[in-house]
Design a protein around this ligand. Structure first.
Ligand code: GLU
Length: 449
């Protein structure tokens, strides 16, 4: 039986029809529309002027060719995307992903999620996302630079600190943002610091931006646990992924007294019962840019590397999926529940499949959806924009304190909204409705545009 309100079913049908084959986008829209039935029942005016249909249709979608020359002198062609989804609350804001799996449907799902995530932060930022099917793996630093410059050669004309402000995502970190900012500056002859976020500290970046997504996730989980009178102290935690989000989630869990016993990359996962050695992990991922299997070689006995398989087979009380979309399936959820998982917090965007989320809700596992729990990254991007606009630079402590306060606000907002709509403890519903209402208020005020 469909969980969609009958008034919203035609909206979903139309999204499925006109965005054929975009499975991840369908999944993201369906989840939000499932939550909105209760809103339209209470506030029928939100469905006026095709507001919900408009929110499902990007304001602008840019697809472009990215030709570049590799180290062997061969011409390579990639495809670039920027989906400017919604600017009711502010300039389009959202990361850029470089990964061979990138296609329009993936960028649209990410852009759609970003609208509600950004709204939840309470900051004045709209939603967008971009990327390319470029695969950075195995590419030299010079090739990465040439690709970033070629990508920005087209993208720059669609950006601006008041128009669209990209940042990083999978495959795009400080190095890539630096190359893209350099190219933007050259092409426009403007030192427009607020046009990109996630910049290096040397040229207008914000302290705590690198750490923000992972730290924010753990602050959110801490707030959820606090509603039950619990804390992270002494908890056994599994974190999937080993990128930026995972690394700083591991760091913050440890600061709060928990132990992260496993993390992963796309080839396999490591288990270290003593707790993941963060300095070693950072050396492998951030300095050597090597595979995770190296961890066991360097750490020696005590740590295990499991090629393939599922990291969710490792028993834990808290599971933090921080790798990528749909990485945690119904089968994984069943295993986690059997092993006694208490909390699941999404650091990645949409890492749990819909059947996994249903299982967690059905079994009373506390579940934090990505668009609320991982919003600390983009919230700190908005703080970076603030610092750039005022030509200021804040201390780490001040920035992290703002991040913690924002995450507490998002948590309380989601929890209160879930209560208001008679679904206490359902953070999915709370996040979708609280984010939607903020965007809908602005869209109604701005008329049919
Ligand atoms: N890519 C991140 C996200 O999924 C950050 C976006 C940003 O900082 O603009 O939210």
């Amino acid at each position: 039986m469909s969980k969609i309100d009958e008034k919203l079913q035609p909206v979903l049908d139309e999204v499925l029809r006109r965005n054929a084959g975009e499975a991840e986008f369908h999944q993201a829209v369906k989840e939000v529309l499932e939550s909105l039935g209760r809103v339209v029942a209470k506030h029928p005016d939100y469905a006026d002027h095709a507001l919900i249909e408009r929110i499902c249709e990007p304001e602008r979608q840019i697809i472009f060719r990215v030709p570049w020359i590799d180290d062997d002198g061969q011409v390579q062609i990639n495809r670039g995307f920027r989906v400017q989804f919604n600017s009711a609350l502010g300039p389009y804001k959202g990361g850029i992903r470089f990964h061979p799996s990138v296609n329009l449907g993936i960028i649209k799902f990410l852009g759609f999620e970003q609208i509600f995530k950004n709204a939840l932060t309470g900051m004045p930022i709209g939603g967008g996302k971009g990327g390319s099917d470029f695969n950075p793996r195995g590419r030299s630093d010079r090739e990465i630079m040439r690709f970033c410059q070629a990508f920005m050669l087209e993208l720059h004309r669609h950006l601006g600190e008041y128009t669209d402000v990209p940042a990083g995502d999978i495959g795009v970190g400080g190095r890539e943002i630096g190359y893209m900012f350099g190219q933007y500056k050259r092409l426009t002859n403007r030192y427009e610091a607020g046009v990109l976020t996630g910049k290096g500290l040397a040229y207008g970046g914000s302290r705590a931006r690198t750490e923000a997504t992972g730290f924010g996730l753990v602050y959110f989980v801490q707030q959820m646990l606090a509603t039950k009178g619990q804390s992270l102290d002494g908890k056994r935690v599994v974190v999937s992924g080993s990128g930026n989000v995972a690394i700083y989630a591991i760091d913050k869990v440890r600061q709060f007294g928990g132990t992260v016993v496993a993390c992963s990359d796309s080839n396999g996962y490591i288990v270290d019962e003593e707790g993941i050695d963060l300095a070693l992990l950072r050396e492998i991922k951030e300095v050597r840019r090597a595979r995770l299997s190296t961890y066991v070689e360097l750490k020696g006995p005590g740590a295990r590397y499991i090629e393939g398989g599922s990291i969710w087979d490792v028993p834990c009380q808290i599971a933090l999926p921080c790798a990528t979309q749909n990485e945690l399936t119904g089968k994984d959820a069943t295993t986690l529940i059997k092993n006694g998982v208490e909390v699941v917090g999404e650091g990645a965007n949409m890492p749990s499949t819909p059947d996994a989320v249903d299982l967690f809700h059905g079994q009373g596992v506390m579940f934090a959806p990505g668009k609320a729990a991982n919003a600390g990254g983009v919230a700190t991007s908005a703080l970076e924009m603030q610092q750039n606009a005022s030509r200021d630079s804040w201390s780490f402590e001040q920035t992290e304190a703002r991040l913690a306060q924002i995450m507490r606000g998002i948590h309380d907002d989601c929890a209160a909204t879930a209560d208001e709509y008679s679904a206490p403890g359902n953070y999915v519903l709370g996040a979708n409705i609280a984010g939607f209402v903020r965007v809908a208020e602005a869209m109604s005020a701005l008329g049919v545009v």
